[in-house]
Design a protein around this ligand. Structure first.
Ligand code: CS2
Ligand code: MN
Length: 354
């Protein structure tokens, strides 16, 4: 396992690679070209510049999160093959620069959802939280407005403004697409890109749906152990694998994360390790990383990853906002750095017990 940290680039992030470099154990960043839209072919010069920037700080690019997938691919509309060609070109260019991990998701229309981006806790910090009752009391437009108004002008990954402007049209193209069809479309995409992934040894790591259930009537296909197994079988290849995000899968208490990890030996390419605190049915806060602070057993999670021989990048996921820091919701420096130290401590103890 190698410790990494998500970085949003000089233009969008409040944190620098030089600061990240000072967190013990961190060897690399997980990043992307935030200026590109889903479907665009990435420029080699831009990939190189990003790489050089990160390496100047003494770090590596440990993976790309994400190369986003155009909705034409997810919905199998007429432009799908053209967008798959573009995706393949981007993968080639990444592969030529030695990048060997790509995280992506297959959620229709938008990425993650929360009802609150800064819910105050009794310790004075704030957290992202989800309450199905609040989400279900809104229509999609209201939810968008609510999320946008709480972001304090920061970029919300997965919520690109240009894409959101098209949301009505996007909802339209998913009419008639159920989970079965969406899975078929994922299989088609994966089978098309596997040859180029194999050529450059790029590991594709799908991110689970967040939260792990359907919202606003849209189909969701990466929610539990069964879905994960199915999608592995859609395109059998060493390059087709998973981002094991404990917080996303863990939003549903029925998902036994250590058991899921053990069932996916060899198929986990990347891990997001964070905790969630269950507050009721489909209601949770994103707590600090520590087991005692949330509902997941982080020791058992790291131990399961260790036991299956997982040696890819791990990153802390969303953190609390502490010590008055201002940054992108969930992506401050302090709490995630504390998270890394804690995860590294767990790992050291597990290693030494063996
Ligand atoms: C991330 C996701 O911040 C987050 O919630 O875990 O946005 C993740 O980057 C994407 O779903 C992966 O494509
Ligand atoms: Mn995640």
């Amino acid at each position: 396992m190698k410790m990494t940290f998500r970085w949003f680039g000089d233009k969008f992030d409040t944190i620098t690679p030089e600061q990240i470099r000072q967190i013990p154990a961190v060897v690399g960043v997980i990043t992307t070209l935030y200026d590109t839209m889903p479907g665009e072919v990435w420029e080699t010069a831009a990939i190189r510049a990003l790489k050089e920037r990160v390496e100047r700080a003494g770090l590596e690019i440990s993976g790309i999160e994400s190369v986003n997938i155009h909705d034409a691919i997810k919905a199998a509309s007429s432009e799908r093959d053209m967008y798959i060609e573009n995706y393949i070109k981007t993968l080639e260019r990444l592969g030529e620069q030695g990048i060997d991990l790509v995280c992506y998701n297959f959620m229709p229309v938008f990425d993650w959802t929360r009802s609150d981006l800064a819910k105050p806790r009794s310790d004075g910090s704030t957290v992202l939280s989800y309450d199905a009752e609040i989400i279900e009391s809104m229509d999609f437009e209201q939810m968008l407005e609510s999320i946008g108004s709480k972001s304090e002008g920061y970029l919300l990954p997965g919520w690109e403004p240009e894409r959101m402007a098209r949301n009505k049209e996007l909802f339209e193209i998913y009419k008639g697409i159920d989970e079965h069809k969406l899975k078929e479309n994922l299989g088609y995409f994966l089978r098309a890109i596997m040859p180029v992934c194999e050529k450059y040894n790029i590991k594709m790591a799908i991110h689970p749906d967040d939260p792990a259930w359907s919202v606003f009537g849209l189909p969701r296909i990466v929610k539990d152990a069964e879905d994960l197994q199915e999608l592995i079988n859609l395109a059998p290849s060493p390059c087709n694998g998973i981002t094991l995000c404990t917080g996303s899968l863990g939003s549903n208490p029925e998902n036994d994360i250590p058991a899921i990890i053990r069932s996916l030996k060899g198929k986990i390419h990347f891990a997001h390790t964070r905790n969630v605190k269950y507050l009721g049915y489909r209601k949770f806060d994103e707590s600090a990383h520590l087991s005692d602070d949330g509902s997941l057993d982080m020791y058992e999670i790291i131990k399961a990853l260790y036991d299956i021989g997982f040696d890819g990048p791990v990153r802390p996921d969303h953190g609390r906002m502490v010590w008055g820091e201002k940054s992108m919701p969930g992506y401050g420096l302090y709490d995630r750095a504390m998270g890394i130290c804690y995860l590294s401590g767990l790992l050291e103890a597990i290693r030494k017990q063996k």
